[in-house]
Design a protein around this ligand. Structure first.
Ligand SMILES: [Zn+2]
Length: 205
C-alpha cells in the first residue's frame, strides 16, 4: 500500500491530518534530515520481507528494489551515495547476505557497503520503549572512512527511526553534511488495521 499524502515533510510519517512537520520532527527528535518509505508495512509486505530475510528468497530483493527506486525518483532526495544498514558480521555470515544491500542495489547508484559497520549485535528491538531502543543502539555503529556530502541510508523497514537516528548521528560525527533515509516499508506510529498486527510482529533486523 503506497504511502500517500498527508505525511510529515521531513520524516515521511503518515498521519491523517498532518500539516508540515510531525510532532517528533517539531521537537527535533530525528538526527537524519529526510526520510521516505515506498509502502506501508502491511501484512502482505511483511510476508514478502520475511521470506526474503528468513527463507533465502533473494529473488524478492529485485521487486523491492524497484519499489525503492520509484520512491527515490518520486521524492526529493539529493544524495547520490547509498549506504545499506549493515548487519552484525556474524549475522550476515549466518544469513549469507544483507537484505538491505540486495534491495539497495535496485537504486543503481554508487553504493558503499564498507562505510558503516555494526559493532554490536543488537538484540531484537521488538517490544522495547523508545529509550530502551536508544540505549540498546548507543555505539552500535562505526564509520570506517572519511565521509563528505549527502549519504542515503537504505533499509527494508523503518520502525521507530531509532536505528536511523543512531546511524545518522555516527555519520554526521564523521563528516556527513546531510543524511537521507530510504526504506521499502514503514511502520507508522499512527496504527491502522492493516499495519497493526505487522508492527507487533516486526523484527528490526
Ligand atoms: Zn516527522
Amino acid at each position: 500500500m503506497r504511502i500517500e499524502p498527508p505525511f510529515c515533510t521531513k520524516c515521511g510519517e503518515p498521519a491523517p491530518a498532518i500539516e508540515g512537520l510531525c510532532g517528533s520532527c517539531r521537537s527535533n527528535e530525528h538526527l537524519f534530515d529526510f526520510a521516505r518509505s515506498a509502502l506501508l508495512f502491511t501484512h502482505s509486505l511483511r510476508e514478502i520481507i520475511h521470506h526474503l530475510k528468513y527463507a533465502d528468497r533473494v529473488s524478492l530483493a529485485e521487486p523491492l528494489g524497484k519499489l525503492l527506486k520509484e520512491c527515490f525518483e518520486r521524492e526529493r532526495f539529493t544524495g547520490k551515495m547509498v549506504v545499506p544498514v549493515p548487519l552484525y558480521r556474524a549475522r550476515e555470515r549466518e544469513r549469507g547476505f544483507n537484505q538491505a544491500e540486495l534491495i539497495a542495489a535496485g537504486l543503481h547508484l554508487p553504493m558503499n557497503t564498507r562505510l558503516v559497520q555494526r559493532r554490536k549485535n543488537t538484540p531484537s528491538q521488538t517490544g522495547l520503549s523508545r529509550n530502551q531502543r536508544k540505549r540498546n543502539l548507543a555505539g552500535a555503529f562505526e564509520i570506517r572512512e572519511q565521509v563528505t556530502g549527502t549519504v542515503i541510508v537504505v533499509d527494508d523497514v523503518y520502525t521507530t527511526g531509532s536505528t536511523m537516528n543512531e546511524i545518522a548521528r555516527t555519520l554526521k560525527r564523521s563528516g556527513a553534511e546531510r543524511v537521507e533515509v530510504l526504506t521499502v516499508a514503514r511502520v507508522p506510529s499512527y496504527r491502522t488495521e492493516e499495519t497493526d498486527a505487522s508492527a507487533a510482529a516486526v523484527r528490526v533486523q
